[in-house]
Design a protein around this ligand. Sequence first.
Ligand SMILES: [Zn+2]
Length: 167
Amino acid sequence: MREGVTLNYQIDTDHAHRNEHYRARERLRVKTLYSRTKHGTLGGFSSSTELVDWWIKKFEEQDGCCAYCETSIGLINELINAGLLRTRKVNSNGKRGPCLELERKNPNAGYSPENCTLICYYCNNDKSYVYSEDEYRKFFAPARARHFEYLAQNLPSPVRSKLEDRG
Ligand SMILES: [Zn+2]
């Protein structure tokens, strides 16, 4: 796959998750991902375009943060780029970790704007099908957030201050 349509990519340090360039890439990534989805009809989403529009709006509402641990995808990318956090390889050139993922809050219900939110790979992996949204939020998301904060202490100080500037 060519650059720009890879399903998961790392954002470089100059591409804060808030900038237009990042959002344009995210739009393309999500559209590509869900136009050949195995999730079938996408449930309550009428088309992949509706899903992409919903995704970008949700991303902005959440300010690029995981809905559960509330860690920004910008910080997660900094941790990955610094070698402090592992990703999971998928397919030939994809990886999970650098991008927010689609979460069904209630896994027994379908994909719909009401039942979906955006979360980090690490929360998605932890929650799996094992915990309800409430259990995960109460017991595990705070620990996940603390671990990210702990790791962030090891980022080089110029990176840390740049993240703080983004605030
Ligand atoms: Zn998270």
